[in-house]
Design a protein around this ligand. Structure first.
Ligand code: MG
Length: 364
């Protein structure tokens, strides 16, 4: 099987409500849908969702680098995923979002060619995936209100964005716990917003309100800080912005700096890199979470398939499907609250509306 074309198309999706995190407020998410055609008539879809302050790339670089990668990849077998990545990495360092988009489309093709849903193609046999949903930074009252709304929609795990002034952050978590009661699981993500001292000061409060995981409290480069927090806080500590690839995972593991690593396909250059991070974590006795940037259903589904396939991925933070306004990519799963069941359709399983269809439906 040979790649005959790689199409790159920009789509712009909006969040239902602006998502405020410690370092930015995100209102919409420009992404690039990657469409790979082959000489055997099988077409695969992937998605590149760059977030410049995490991945260092943006939509312009996705398109320009993507055009060059296209030239280099034409004629290769999309199922030879090691070769695909060697060619991409040989041309460009970083640029992980477009590499992820191409990687996901290649896996989609491989699974379609095998006649299996992607999670089965990756060795899994259970289509259930249980995700949290994220609450952005706001006043304690509004965050508590939002938390109640999600719980009323059957979501059982909430990921709360913090990382501002620790007093207000403690208020936020207290307000949410009081609003939702004891049975809802709470985890927090400070997105690099605190110092080590601040984190150690707020951790007893987080513990008191039953927070079961603290994600990326300090800047991404501060591995020593993560280790100190892990040793002294007694809480489960997760790395997100600190871990992009298997080398980061290996360093974090050997330093015993964290308990959990949050894998994101846009950081790891897709499924191939994610599998390597997962293997390092499994060997080191770390747990994995899988998260997302704000991809559409397509990118999120790729993550769900990986989560369904790997035992070591025990926490799922794939909620863009629930908080992003988009109808161009649809199907592939059913859900109640954060509990999703993947379809048995070959490949990733969703449908992508062509731009002409999308324009037509917008006109109506
Ligand atoms: Mg995070």
């Amino acid at each position: 099987m040979r790649i005959t074309d790689i199409g790159l198309e920009v789509r712009r999706f909006r969040f239902e409500e602006p998502m405020k995190v410690a370092f930015a407020t995100i209102t919409d998410m420009p992404v690039c849908i990657v469409k790979i055609d082959t000489d055997e008539g099988i077409t695969g879809y992937g998605e590149a969702a760059p977030l410049a302050f995490v991945t260092g790339d943006n939509l312009e670089t996705v398109l320009s680098v993507g055009a060059e990668l296209r030239q280099a990849l034409l004629g290769l077998d999309p199922r030879a995923i090691g070769t695909i990545h060697r060619v991409m990495d040989g041309l460009y360092h970083g640029n992980t979002a477009i590499k992820a988009g191409i990687d996901i489309a290649c896996y989609d093709i491989a699974a379609r060619a095998a006649g299996a849903p992607l999670y089965r193609h990756l060795g899994g046999d259970d289509p259930h995936v249980h995700s949290d949903v994220t609450i952005g930074i706001d006043t304690p009252e509004r965050m508590a209100e939002k938390a109640k709304e999600w719980v009323a929609k059957d979501f059982e795990i909430l990921k709360v964005k913090l990382g501002e002034d620790i007093r207000t952050d403690a208020e936020r978590i207290r307000a949410i716990r009081e609003a939702v009661g004891g049975s809802v699981r709470l985890r927090i993500d400070a997105n690099q917003g605190w110092t080590v001292k601040e984190t150690l000061r707020i951790c007893p409060e987080l513990d008191r309100w039953g927070v079961d995981l603290v994600e990326q409290p300090v800047p991404h480069w501060d591995f020593d800080g993560l280790r100190e927090i892990r040793e002294r806080s007694g809480l489960l500590i997760a790395a997100d912005e600190s871990c992009h690839d298997m080398h980061d995972a290996m360093r974090l593991a050997s330093m015993r700096a964290v308990d959990v690593i949050n894998i994101k396909l846009m950081k790891s250059s897709g499924i191939y890199g994610a599998l390597k991070i997962a293997a390092v974590c499994e060997a080191a006795g770390l747990r994995c979470m899988i998260g997302c940037m704000g991809e559409s259903t397509l990118g999120n589904l790729a993550g769900m398939h990986l989560a369904a396939a790997l035992d070591v991925i025990q926490e799922v933070d794939l909620d863009a499907v629930y908080i992003l306004k988009q109808e161009e990519v649809y199907g592939g799963y059913d859900h109640r609250g954060g509990r999703a069941v993947l379809w048995e359709t070959p490949g990733i399983g969703c449908s992508v509306r062509e731009p002409a269809d999308a324009a037509a439906s917008e006109a109506h």
